[in-house]
Write a protein that binds this ligand. Sequence first.
Ligand code: HMG
Ligand code: MG
Length: 298
Amino acid sequence: ARPVSVRIVEVGPRDGLQNEPGLVPVATKVALIDALAGAGLTMIESGSFVSPKWVPQMADTAQVLAEIDRRDGVRYPVLTPNLKGLELALASGVEEVAVFAAASEAFSQKNINCSIAESLERFAPVLDLAKAQGVAVRGYVSCVLGCPYQGEVPVAKVVEVSERLIAMGCYEVSLGDTIGVGTPDKAKAMARAVADQIGVARTALHFHDTYGQALANVLACLELGIATVDAAVAGLGGCPYAKGASGNLATEDLVYMLDGLGVDTGVDLDALARAGRAITSALGRTPASKVAQALAAK
Ligand code: HMG
Ligand code: MG
């Protein structure tokens, strides 16, 4: 049955801004993260400790973490693809990190330059050190409903990688429809197959909105009892230079729907929409979120 409350993992400062064609100033990122915390979000993915040659947009993550106004009860996780990333994250005093695998071999190679099996081997020492330091680790699986390079991705592969991440010590797995190609029945069947193996409470949704299906897919999966959903304020992402990619489900759209369903999120929609307008105006655009556009026109 549908959950009574949903925990939203805000990924805009990371998944959104990693796709910007230009470099976003540290102060702009810090203002965004602080505004998101002010709107009531309690999980704000704030950057990545990845190779600056691969993703230059996240090269300033240590500075961002040093300058945000850390609030009690709010976590500011970052991506760490390897031990080097975790060591840098620990030096920044993080309380949580995320490792990211894929259900598609081709995507794994393009994204982190290794096979799925190699990536899991690389994550083992990351999980061990994180555990020793009392740092929680989230796991991502990308391409759960399709891959830009390989096309179809078998559900069995999504389940297998998810189970491995949990067995290694991730507290939850976030299922990434990286290119937003999924539709509700397929999304629900995939999420059910994973939740049946790792548990509903360890299953999270991370849907991109490329084909406008993200909200419908989330609604379908909520019926399974899944209660953690990733979203990006203003639907950040979707850089004009990244072919085929689009932003995550917009947090405003998610909160509006959940408010209407009577599902608690703890997020103040007006404050959230203000944060979305501020960051998109700093980027020279308007929010991709329909809800944000409607609220701005009122
Ligand atoms: P590689 O080139 O195979 O790694 O990249 P390497 O170990 O040979 O290192 C190459 C250079 O990077 C070296 O520097 C390392 O020191 C440095 P050099 O000696 O050439 O000067 N390096 C690092 N620097 C800083 N932090 C680190 C780090 N590691 C190595 N942690 C690697 C392998 C994984 C590093 C690379 O492929 C990488 O950084 N990939 C990141 C890609 C990425 O961030 N993608 C976006 C996030 S995933 C995503 O968006 C999907 C998600 O949203 C879910 C969904 O939507 O599906 C999560
Ligand atoms: Mg993503």
